[in-house]
Write a protein that binds this ligand. Structure first.
Ligand code: MF3
Ligand code: CO
Ligand code: CO
Length: 262
């Protein structure tokens, strides 16, 4: 049995600010990503901006995680650890996953960026990034009171299947409740069947964050750093993440930025 926290109107007001800090940071990250910078440069930028916004980076020291953001390049699925030795090159795709803690609440979101602009990236990479965004949107469209958490994963799985691109949906890492805790109930899997899982109620807040591989869904965890997760077959991987609120009539994207990417 899972107990899913319900946020009050006041909680939501406070949490919205944490989520908007995250959205502002990810907007600004879009302006600094370019060939030649390192993922450590992204970490430094995110760390400083988080502090400037009166927030703190949720990932820093979380279960021993050493950095203020996750930076996952090309075949890295998630939890890429920023490093001065990882320099971005034109044509790379990168996910930046940022969580800010402010007012006693966490706001968790991630986006994909094309290094050197979309035209510098392969058609395969562009397709994967866009389809993964659409997969997240398909999940978000399922959010409303009375619907089941499982409807989200079902919609994502149905959408990916309908593309006939043979993409793999990662199973080992999932969306999650987010609020006073970085990770709280419910678990939000990105595959499944409709009608499964808890019933959504107004005031629930959770993430939807599908990780889609261009090839096999299989993952490999780095033995070197204990964090970095890569595709087993070396294929590209993409991910988008929003923190969402179940409202009386549907859904609100708490981590919405200044403009939609697609
Ligand atoms: N932000 C990630 C998520 O979406 C979690 C990162 S945990 C870390 O759930 F320790 F790897 F930073
Ligand atoms: Co998350
Ligand atoms: Co995240």
């Amino acid at each position: 049995m899972t107990r899913i926290p319900i946020k009050s109107a006041r909680d939501i007001e406070l949490m919205r600010e944490a989520c908007q800090a995250t959205a502002q940071i990810l907007d600004a990250v879009g302006d600094i990503i370019k060939p030649g910078i390192t993922t450590e440069d992204i970490n430094t930028f995110v760390h400083r901006m988080t502090i400037e916004l009166g927030a703190s980076p949720s990932t820093l020291n979380y279960k021993g995680y050493p950095k203020s953001v996750c930076t996952s390049v090309n075949d890295v699925i998630c939890h890429g650890v920023p490093s001065q030795f990882v320099t971005l090159q034109a044509g790379d795709i990168i996910n930046v996953d940022c969580t800010s803690y402010k007012n006693g609440f966490h706001g968790d979101s991630s986006r994909m960026y094309f290094v050197g602009g979309a035209k510098a990236c392969s058609a395969e990479a562009r397709k994967l990034v866009e389809i993964t965004y659409e997969a997240m949107q398909a999940g978000i469209r399922e959010v409303a009171p009375g619907k089941h958490i499982g409807d989200i994963g079902a919609a994502i799985q149905e959408f990916i299947k309908s593309t006939k691109l043979g993409y793999g949906i990662v199973r080992e890492y999932t969306g999650h409740g987010v609020g006073r805790e970085f990770h709280e109930p419910p678990q939000v899997v990105h595959v499944g069947r409709r009608g499964q899982g808890d019933v959504m109620k107004p005031g629930m807040t959770f993430t939807i964050e599908p990780m889609i591989n261009a090839g096999s869904p299989k993952t490999v965890l780095s033995k070197l750093d204990g964090w970095t997760v890569r595709t087993a077959d070396g294929s590209l991987s993409a991910q988008w993440e929003h923190t969402v609120l179940v409202t009386p009539d549907g859904v609100e994207l708490l981590t919405e930025g200044r403009k939609a990417p697609f």
